[in-house]
Design a protein around this ligand. Structure first.
Ligand SMILES: [Zn+2]
Length: 69
């Protein structure tokens, strides 16, 4: 199975780089949701629109939005 985001070979659904970015994204969401009550999809949107978001995190957010949205 290859990484669902970049297609790199990986044993799980995502390569190490994107799996790490996804963890970061989800951890961050818990903090945000508590503070702002933001919904998951709105959060992904905000992450994607934010110029300061790292490339890997943005790629994961874009993938999750199309996969879950
Ligand atoms: Zn990847």
């Amino acid at each position: 199975m290859n990484c669902r985001v970049c297609g790199a070979p990986s044993r799980e659904g995502m390569c190490k780089k994107h799996a790490k970015a996804e963890r970061k994204l989800r951890d961050h969401f818990r903090v945000w949701a508590e503070r702002t009550g933001l919904e998951w999809m709105d959060y992904l949107e905000a992450i994607i629109e934010n110029d300061r978001t790292g490339r890997l995190v943005k790629e994961v957010a874009t993938y999750l939005r199309s996969a879950e949205g």
